[in-house]
Design a protein. Structure first.
Length: 513
């Protein structure tokens, strides 16, 4: 059984806020920093430890903030730098950490660095981006495709007669970390925000920053697929991660979770370690069907791969790039059971705002589509109450998710049987019990359609059982156990009978108390 030998760098639960969609106070229908500030007490009540804000930097919003035009200012739609300072201070007063998205692989094409870089081949910032001569036929330097747009990953610049690289939109040119001045400028961004009180960073597609200087063609089997994830070279990225780590550790220290968006947790784990990333996302559960055998394999595999490098894993069920978990699993009861898994597994959980309300993806009519990557559904506004605009000052930029009259924060706070209250009970339990926070973990074979795992340390043992079917199941475990939390609230405080209700997940503690 994996034990608690490696203390995690961060023991808490991170709550991801997509600022555009959280809460609008200004009336323009776009969420803002002031809106986030009004909900801090609610988030303390819920019991999360840190907020991660998707990008708030000044941006033309071609990729809704992942195209940064000024790393040291807040976009006016979100507020001002003073609003950011106020939010950080208000969060700290409540012992909430604030983590910021950091976008190291590219900038906006409107960033002054890129404007200078494209101005002439002799500009001192030319080498801050990736410029290459055309192929002999005048076409792009290689066969890479951009993500989100059906175009090559290279765009020709008439004025200077070369192509620039963009693994995402043409408006998101890749920067060149091999250039020492660019690298220092990117490290300065971390220093700037650490000095303002930011406690941690989420590093966007950080595995892409080290480039293969040969820029080889994609092999035929993946050519044209447009998956930026293929162009990663761990040995080219590692030295930059070391520089980032040194920068993070200089006081005031901050932690980083890297979005190492690779399909295999074993690959992800190689980016984490003593002098590399503190943490990295692994998205296995997002890509898994709602099936016990898949989850069992994933939990065992992830645990093995991260233990092997002495690192603490992360768990993610939702974010701004993927269909919401409630939509993926289909049944509301299953979404509640999935929340039990997310918050009880050994590692750092990342909770996507709105998943605690059981929100599903919004249905986006064709004339309301705004994201080039097809991700509007999971970015729908959060409904805060049952009023006409659900607490928003202006009509939101995207349609509401389904059933906002019931799935809103106020209605669920008033109802102890709600998913919001379930999430709160799970977070409180995780806070109270070190075995569930930092204890070891062992996956048990209890029944085919059940994921069962034991969490334990010197202070005690808990068992977690999840039924993946919408029918009752026998799931006997040896010994006397009582139900501490049940995903449907049924039987909490009573003894566990060895039988799970449809879609039920339970957290059990030993004996009577
Ligand atoms: C990451 C972000 C995504 C963004 C992309 C390019 O995958 O999560 O939202 O579009 O990087 O920055």
């Amino acid at each position: 059984m994996a034990d608690a030998m490696d203390p995690p760098v961060f023991e808490g639960v991170v709550y991801q806020i997509y600022p555009r969609s959280f809460l609008d106070t200004s009336g323009d229908g776009i969420g803002d920093l002031a809106g986030i500030a009004t909900q801090l007490d609610h988030l303390v009540w819920l019991g999360v430890d840190a907020l991660w804000l998707s990008p708030i930097y000044r941006s033309p919003m071609a990729d809704f903030g992942y195209d940064v035009a000024d790393h040291t200012d807040v976009d006016p739609v979100f507020g001002t730098l003073a609003d950011a300072d106020a939010l950080i201070a208000a969060a700290h007063e409540r012992e909430l950490q604030v983590w910021l998205d950091y976008v190291p692989n590219h900038t906006s094409d409107q960033h002054p660095w890129f404007q200078a870089s494209r101005s002439s081949r002799d500009d001192p910032k030319r080498d801050w981006y990736v410029w290459r001569d055309p192929a002999p036929d005048g076409g792009p330097p290689n066969n890479w495709r951009a993500a989100f747009a059906d175009v090559p990953a290279w765009t020709y610049d008439e004025a200077t007669g070369q192509y620039y690289l963009h693994q995402f939109l043409p408006e998101q040119p890749d920067v060149n970390w091999a250039n020492p001045q660019l690298r220092e400028a990117m490290l300065d961004v971390l220093r700037f925000w650490k000095d303002r009180g930011i406690d941690g960073f989420r590093a966007d597609v950080v595995h892409l920053i080290g480039k293969d200087p040969a820029y080889p063609d994609d092999p035929p089997e993946v050519a044209g697929v447009g998956r930026a994830g293929h162009h990663h070279l761990p040995e080219a990225t590692a030295p930059h991660l070391r520089a980032i780590r040194r920068t993070l550790e200089a006081p005031p220290a901050a932690v980083m979770v890297g979005e190492v968006n690779l399909p295999d947790a074993a690959q992800v784990a190689t980016y984490v370690g003593e002098d590399l990333l503190h943490l990295a996302f692994q998205f296995s559960l997002i890509h898994s069907p709602w099936r016990a055998d898949h989850w069992r394999d994933i939990v065992r595999y992830v645990q093995g791969e991260f233990d092997a490098v002495g690192a603490w894993p992360t768990w993610v069920l939702g974010n701004h790039d993927n269909s919401r978990v409630a939509s993926r699993v289909g049944r509301p009861g299953a979404a509640r059971a999935a929340m039990v898994g997310l918050l009880m597994l050994r590692g750092v959980p990342f909770l996507y705002a709105g998943d605690e309300l059981g929100l599903e993806d919004a249905v986006i009519p064709p004339d309301r589509v705004v994201d080039p990557g097809g991700r509007d559904g999971e970015r729908a506004p959060i409904p805060w109450d049952g009023s006409a605009r659900h607490g928003w000052a202006g009509e939101p930029w995207l349609p509401w998710p389904p059933a906002p009259e019931a799935r809103n924060a106020a209605a669920q706070r008033a109802d102890e049987s709600s998913m919001l209250h379930l999430t709160r009970r799970l977070l409180a339990l995780r806070r109270a019990e070190t075995s569930l926070r930092t204890g070891g973990q062992e996956v048990l074979d209890v029944a085919d359609a059940v994921l069962a795992f034991r969490r334990a340390d010197d202070s005690g043992t808990h068992l977690v059982l999840i039924n993946y079917l919408d029918e009752p199941l026998d799931a006997e475990v040896a010994g006397d156990w009582r139900i501490v939390v049940a995903s449907d609230g049924a039987g909490e405080g009573g003894s566990y009978t060895g039988r799970l209700s449809p879609d039920q997940a339970v957290v059990l503690a030993e004996g009577e108390r």
